[in-house]
Ligand binder design. Structure first.
Ligand SMILES: N[C@@H](CCC(=O)N[C@@H](CS)C(=O)NCC(=O)O)C(=O)O
Length: 256
């Protein structure tokens, strides 16, 4: 992966500067209702954050209406936020009629279950034991085998933003670790269209934010190099061209 720290830092600062326009987060929220008086889901997060986008992608897949409640700057570090919203002081948090849930993957699953009968079907397989086994396997791959992608994003983008210095040796180590993992992905995706079989599931969608960040912000070709990993490249283009991702890719809208 080629990283030009200056170029990369510039684009990352542009990306972060957009965040500052979003205003302060209301910690005490009012209930918004849709025309049929169903309380609207609230997604507490940041329009440009990867984990907020992960959740918003699922909301779009399931055609679930929501309102984005911006959490900006140090607001997520306050004692009140940690006590009432997210004990780790992170985003995103889903609010559903007084119920609060954190951890983006858990939120994705909650949304897919709640709206099981609308939007994209089959994001969670139907309960067949072997299908569920493959689904859990794919979820676990995203959370563990794909982790170098997240660490790479931290090392190359988030760390310099927080005032640290990108370590090129660590970038090289993580790049090679991720390349080896993606070689295995290429074998898997040579047998099935998606990670858990021939239908898309939450497991595929959960990869999108960091896959896109590596490709478009950090200019890595790890996921797009068709000569090296044709099946990964096909899968990457498939999942990142979905309308759900295109709706949030450049920033989660204020409501949908
Ligand atoms: N495992 C958590 C990770 C959440 C997370 O890392 N959120 C980031 C934004 S994408 C955050 O709040 N970073 C600030 C921090 O950790 O202090 C999830 O999936 O929700």
């Amino acid at each position: 992966m080629h990283l030009s720290p200056l170029k990369q830092r510039h684009s990352y600062f542009e990306f972060i500067s957009n965040l500052t326009r979003l205003g302060k987060p209301p910690l005490v929220t009012t209930t918004t209702t849709t025309p049929n008086e169903t309380p609207m889901l609230k997604l507490h997060g940041d329009a440009r954050s990867t984990c907020t986008k992960r959740v918003a992608t699922i909301l779009f897949e399931k055609a679930a209406h929501f309102e984005l409640v911006p959490v900006v700057g140090a607001a997520s570090k306050s004692a009140e936020y940690k006590a009432t919203m997210q004990p780790f002081g992170q985003i995103p948090v889903l609010e559903d009629d007084g119920y609060f849930l954190y951890e983006s993957r858990a939120i994705g699953r909650y949304i897919a279950e709640k709206y099981r009968d609308q939007g994209t079907m089959g994001l969670i397989p139907n309960g067949d034991l072997k299908e569920m086994g493959r689904f859990e396997c794919a979820l676990s791959m995203e959370a563990t085998q794909f982790l170098p992608a997240e660490l790479l994003a931290y090392e190359a983008a988030f760390k310099p933003f927080k005032g640290g210095k990108t370590d090129p040796a660590e970038v090289a180590r993580l790049t090679s670790e991720l390349a080896a993992k993606l070689d295995a992905y290429d074998q898997i995706l040579g047998k099935t269209k998606y990670l858990a079989g021939d239908s898309i599931t939450l497991a595929d969608l959960y990869h999108i934010p960091y896959a896109d960040m590596l490709t478009n912000l950090l200019k890595s070709d790890l996921l797009t190099n068709e000569a090296a990993r044709p099946n990964v490249a096909r899968w990457y283009h498939d999942i990142t061209s979905r309308p759900s991702w295109l709706a949030v890719k450049n920033g989660v809208p204020a409501s949908a």
